[in-house]
Design a protein around this ligand. Structure first.
Ligand SMILES: Nc1ncnc2c1ncn2[C@@H]1O[C@H](COP(=O)(O)OP(=O)(O)OP(=O)(O)O)[C@@H](O)[C@H]1O
Ligand SMILES: [Mg+2]
Length: 199
């Protein structure tokens, strides 16, 4: 923190007051997995289903955030940490506002995901979107694996940078074994359970 002369100014409305208005609990749903594992594809479908059910839901996507808030960051480990730090702050604010946030970030290191979990508190679930690197190379929807294998992209997770598998995620979506609709159903079910709020 760079400033000393700042004081937190409390409001008269807390997050439970907001949950009551929205009829749901704020929740951060953190999707982690290799590039092309299916995070964005699943997040888009889950958001659509939840929105059609009348839920206040918002998607934060790794690539999208790099167009704006994090356009000054690259893919070095330091920048990846700063990327996740800022996103974790945004997630925590949206959760406090009462939203269901579906965040899709490779977040390759356990320490990054731990940082997000600590920032967001108890209303946080880690979801491992699971597909092995061979499957992801075959899918390669953005052509990034090809570029990484040709040495045109440095620090590419799974090829030239590590991915640490989650040790104890709240949910695993196996996109190798299950089709998209099954993964979406599993995710939506978990989100409805975790965001339920009794008035
Ligand atoms: N069960 C599944 N769930 C999700 N995606 C699947 C599944 N089966 C196949 N796919 C395909 O896998 C690809 C996943 O790409 P997607 O962009 O969603 O990955 P991502 O995890 O968001 O990657 P990145 O980290 O690069 O953003 C898509 O082409 C999608 O159609
Ligand atoms: Mg994506």
């Amino acid at each position: 923190m760079k400033c000393n002369n700042i004081t937190f100014h409390e409001g008269k409305v807390n997050k439970f007051d907001r949950y009551k208005v929205l009829g749901q609990k704020g929740l951060v749903v953190w999707l982690t997995g290799l590039s092309a594992s299916g995070k964005s594809t699943i997040a888009v479908e889950a958001e659509k289903v939840l929105n059609s059910m009348g839920k206040a839901v918002y998607r934060l996507d790794g690539d999208n955030i790099r167009f704006g808030l994090n356009s000054d960051l690259g893919f070095s480990e330091r920048d990846r940490f700063e990327n996740i730090r800022r996103i974790s702050e945004v997630c925590a604010l949206f959760q406090d506002a009462g939203l269901i946030v579906i965040a899709s970030f490779i977040s390759p290191l356990a320490r990054m995901r731990q940082m997000a979990r600590e920032k967001c508190g108890e209303s946080f679930i880690e979801v491992y979107v699971k597909a092995d690197v061979e499957t992801c190379i075959k899918r390669d929807p953005k052509g990034l694996y090809q570029k990484a294998l040709n040495g045109e992209i440095q620090n590419f997770t799974g090829i030239s940078a590590p991915y640490e598998e989650p040790g104890n995620p709240e949910l695993v979506l196996d996109t190798q074994c299950n089709p998209l609709d099954v993964c979406v159903q599993q995710l939506v079910g978990k989100i409805l359970e975790m965001s339920a709020f009794e008035k």
